[in-house]
Design a protein around this ligand. Structure first.
Ligand code: SIN
Length: 328
């Protein structure tokens, strides 16, 4: 019997990291080639055919347009290839939420697309990479994973791209989902899905753009003034996400400077520097008067990706931007 075929796209990260010391206390991300990782997985007897391709061998803090463009192209082609059952992307954990969400916004939902990473390098004691990869294989080959968009598999849990975020720096259970928690639990021997597929429609929400605009995240802090806003406008930012205090608030002078930015044609989205929770319109800040958009359930990193996609798609008015944040 032929085994299901999965495409594995390697980008680097700790799942491809080598420490050359059992403690793994200092290591290089992306040092192990994806072919070597796939050969290792092949020894696990998962009854699957894996086809590996290298996109990059970098730490995910360096990921950007070139790698996203290549990933989008390869995944879109694989989605149209009847011989491929699902796609796995090995990725650093630091920016997995950004890549997963960007791909989720721009790819069709039918075939499973799974990002997987690790918190400990391949050769460190208690390395989680092989187990996470085995879990990702189970998800990518599961018919019930279809129509759920892009997912992230970490620590025996499956997260939907709009929900997922990294919430711990070194713990192997570093990922959380908000507003939904995990959408499934996955181990090398079982998968339990908690709900039917959530993705609305199967076609991509946005066409892949020719480029992404410069959009910055500005973290609010007590006692700050308006200079950082002026600096961002000075370097040509096309949009600003404020990682605000509490429900997306900031000092009065900063809000005033951001309202000026909106008046000059630069959209501003209010998100929060707090770990979790909604940022709703007009609660403490008058969004109607200032022209701001409330990020709702999206944290700053994903709010930036959505704002970049909207601006790249020619959507720059407050009402339509808000409508998109209301439906992340
Ligand atoms: C990275 O994001 O590339 C480094 C950290 C990690 O993968 O856990």
């Amino acid at each position: 019997m032929a085994f299901p075929k999965l495409l594995v796209l390697g980008t680097g990260g700790t799942i491809a990291g080598a420490a050359r010391s059992a403690t793994g206390k200092s290591y290089g991300a992306g040092e192990v080639a994806i072919d070597a990782i796939v050969s290792e997985v092949a020894r696990l007897g998962l009854d699957v055919e894996l086809v590996a391709k290298t996109i990059a061998r970098i730490g995910s803090q360096d990921i950007g347009w070139d790698q996203w463009d290549a990933l989008h192209r390869e995944i879109a082609a694989a989605q149209g290839d009847d011989s491929i059952a699902g796609i796995i992307v090995t990725h650093g954990t630091d920016t997995a939420e950004e890549t997963a969400y960007l791909l989720d916004l721009t790819l069709a939902a039918g075939k499973p697309v799974v990002l997987v990473g690790a918190m400990r390098p391949t050769d460190a004691v208690g390395s989680d990479g092989m187990r996470n990869f085995a879990n990702a294989v189970q998800v990518a080959r599961d018919d019930r994973a279809a129509h759920r968009g892009v997912m992230v598999v970490m620590g025996d849990a499956v997260f939907a791209a709009p929900d997922v975020r990294k919430a711990a720096t070194s713990n192997i259970n570093a990922f959380r989902g908000f507003p939904r928690g995990p959408i499934a639990l996955a181990t090398p021997s079982s998968i339990d899905w908690f709900a039917p597929p959530h993705r609305e429609g199967s076609s991509a929400r946005f066409a892949w753009p020719e480029a992404l605009p410069r959009v910055a995240i500005l973290t609010a802090g007590a006692g700050m003034d308006a200079k950082p806003v002026e600096a961002l406008l000075g370097i040509g930012c096309k949009g600003i996400v404020i990682a605000g205090m509490g429900q997306g608030n900031a000092p009065r002078v900063v809000l005033d400077a951001l309202a000026d930015a909106v008046r000059s044609g630069v959209p501003v989205v209010r998100s929060t520097r707090v770990d979790e929770g909604l940022v709703d319109r007009n609660v403490e800040v008058d969004d109607d008067a200032n022209g701001f958009v409330a990020s709702r359930a999206l944290g700053p990193a994903k709010a930036r990706m959505l704002l970049m996609m909207l601006i790249a798609s020619g959507i720059t008015d407050q009402e339509r931007i808000q409508a998109n944040f209301d439906r992340p």
